[in-house]
Write a protein that binds this ligand. Structure first.
Ligand SMILES: Nc1ncnc2c1ncn2[C@@H]1O[C@H](COP(=O)(O)OP(=O)(O)OP(=O)(O)O)[C@@H](O)[C@H]1O
Ligand SMILES: [Mg+2]
Length: 232
């Protein structure tokens, strides 16, 4: 459903994405891993049109995204939870949820979202900036869900979250995926990636250098060590 073919991107003269290719199939949960600064966030921003692609193609459900204006991309069915969550701190929880909508979502959608995130329902009038880190992450996910996306891309959703809440966030992402929504997850937390995703891509210096099933990667200590510097 989402396909990146040899995508390039620059910040000024700095050539950050150097031919990134990856695919997310319908209903799949896929993770993109890699050390700091390899271009994971840039890959997601390029999908969302927030950084222009300077080469290659990005296709979603048969439609090229690189020529679409950034504000048209969520309309195609891609939700984005940015690194650092992107919550508007002075707007209320309710206003944060509604900001990207042009019309009110059907009540079954809001009911579903509030069933999943009762803490948000209790805090609808509270400024987004006063929520805890974990609650802000839930708000960022809920804001995607009210738009009824087919694919959600999340950039380090468990970064800086208390360990006890990491499980909650994981459970919510899993629940979303179980409803048939595809997931593209950027993670530093290899455990989260291996638990939630069936396939993993590893990036280094602006390109994807390794692709494996989560099952295979789990046992591939050499690859884990070489590209991620971790042992699981
Ligand atoms: N706005 C910008 N202007 C110039 N360079 C940038 C900009 N944003 C990112 N970069 C550079 O592009 C490279 C890739 O950054 P990116 O944020 O995509 O990495 P990342 O893999 O998401 O890292 P992290 O794991 O730390 O979030 C880095 O070298 C970074 O310094
Ligand atoms: Mg990043």
């Amino acid at each position: 459903m989402l396909e990146l073919n040899g995508v390039h991107a620059h910040y000024g003269k700095v050539h950050v994405l150097q031919g990134t290719s990856l695919e997310v199939h319908n209903g799949e949960a896929v993770s993109l891993l890699g050390r700091n600064g390899v271009g994971k966030t840039t890959t997601l921003k390029t999908i969302m049109g927030l950084v222009p692609a300077t080469g290659g193609e990005i296709v979603f459900d048969g439609r090229g995204l690189t020529d679409l204006a950034p504000h048209r991309i969520p309309e195609t069915g891609i939700g984005y939870v940015p690194q650092g969550r992107g919550i508007f701190p002075t707007l209320s929880v309710k206003e944060n949820l509604e900001i990207a909508l042009t019309k009110a979502p059907p009540s079954q959608v809001t009911d579903y979202v509030f069933d999943r995130f009762p803490r948000l329902k209790e805090r609808l009038g509270q400024p987004g900036g006063t929520l805890s880190g974990g609650e802000q992450q839930m708000l960022a996910i809920a804001r995607c869900l009210v738009m009824q996306p087919k694919l959600i891309i999340l950039d380090e959703p468990t970064e800086g979250i208390m360990p006890i809440l990491v499980q909650d966030i994981r459970r919510e992402i899993k629940a979303v995926n179980d409803t048939g929504v595809s997931i593209l997850l950027v993670e530093q937390n290899i455990k989260t990636a291996l638990r939630l995703c069936s396939r993993i891509y590893i990036m280094e210096k602006g390109t994807v250098v390794h692709e494996a099933t989560a099952e295979d990667l789990k046992n591939d200590t050499e690859t884990l060590h070489r590209y991620l510097g971790v042992t699981v």
